[in-house]
Design a protein around this ligand. Sequence first.
Ligand SMILES: Nc1nc2c(ncn2[C@@H]2O[C@H](COP(=O)(O)OP(=O)(O)OP(=O)(O)O)[C@@H](O)[C@H]2O)c(=O)[nH]1
Ligand SMILES: C[S@@+](CC[C@H](N)C(=O)[O-])C[C@H]1O[C@@H](n2cnc3c(N)ncnc32)[C@H](O)[C@@H]1O
Ligand code: SF4
Ligand code: SF4
Length: 321
Amino acid sequence: MLIDGHGRKVNYLRISVTERCNFRCQYCMPEKPFSWVPRENLLSFEELFSFVRVAIDEGVDKIRITGGEPLLREDLDRFIQMIHDHKPDIDLALTTNGYLLANVAERLKDAGLKRINISIDTLKPDVAAKIAQKDVLSKVLEGVEKALEVGLKVKVNMVPLKGINEDEIIDVMEYAKARGMTIRYIEYMENVHAKNGLQGLNGKEILAKVKEKYTIQKVGREGSSPAFHYLTDDGYKFGLIDPHKHDFCESCNRIRLTAEGFLIPCLYFDEAMSIRDAVKAGNIEAASEILREVLRNKPEKNRWSEENAEESTRAFYETGG
Ligand SMILES: Nc1nc2c(ncn2[C@@H]2O[C@H](COP(=O)(O)OP(=O)(O)OP(=O)(O)O)[C@@H](O)[C@H]2O)c(=O)[nH]1
Ligand SMILES: C[S@@+](CC[C@H](N)C(=O)[O-])C[C@H]1O[C@@H](n2cnc3c(N)ncnc32)[C@H](O)[C@@H]1O
Ligand code: SF4
Ligand code: SF4
């Protein structure tokens, strides 16, 4: 079992398979980074899997593939198949912007993927083009329909932003509800890579918008999801991911691995340790020891709610969110 320095059980591994992306979301990477990690620096699926196997044997029972945009990594279904074949009952999920999903949803499902979380911040094509800085909406929605059609369980992630999509909180919920998908509203997490001046709605403001139409009651946190769930008076369950709240990190159960082989203990901080050399040398024991060291030093909580805290410099597109 993996336990961190604060006594929390860690059973959730998030793997960012690439930091590249075909969108330029204002809250994530509004300007193309001047240098991408060269492809040859990426760990291969075989190398990533050699670590994944150890993590699973140590107690990880939930794995999420993310990015950047994970569907930009060629043959992702091959990696999914490797994980699935090793442990078919693992909670194996993907987070994607959905743009390339329609063509590959079936292959991913057949390879063993169980769930997909798709980022949908708006249902208006012009607003989507403003947020992602590219005309993306129709292909994203096509991806959603295809994922549902092939039988994947789909959740929607929405980041409500002041003056941009805050008027669509109910509309996006109703779009998700009509298709049997859970929506989770995510508080915008300030960081230096995002566009200057961007402002998110906090959890309270998001709930106030929902309450303009629905009466809601608290349900709580479920399983190992970071979302706190609520129920509307017509029986629809939705989630709120509110990392500015001080109890958010109390039940943190996750660790992140990047495509280059960095193990990242927390989404907020820059600290990371590389398992790259160990994995390349086939020295899995050394990789396992690095994992334990990262867990021993995992921060207790983020600093998003601290008034004088400096903005986070950790890029979401590197960690996979
Ligand atoms: N601050 C913080 N945010 C997180 C953490 N894990 C996920 N998030 C954010 O929550 C949002 C949704 O994440 P997803 O990739 O959909 O994964 P998830 O919420 O763990 O997925 P489920 O297992 O379906 O609940 C993203 O914006 C993430 O950045 C975390 O440990 N800390
Ligand atoms: C970094 S993306 C990677 C996966 C994929 N490209 C996508 O957009 O779903 C993962 C999640 O992080 C969220 N995200 C990115 N930057 C964020 C920020 N500054 N604050 C809150 N959420 C953010 C996105 O909305 C997305 O749901
Ligand atoms: S949030 Fe996802 S889709 Fe948007 S720029 Fe970041 S990695 Fe790309
Ligand atoms: S902000 Fe850091 S400590 Fe808090 S839940 Fe996320 S990864 Fe865990």
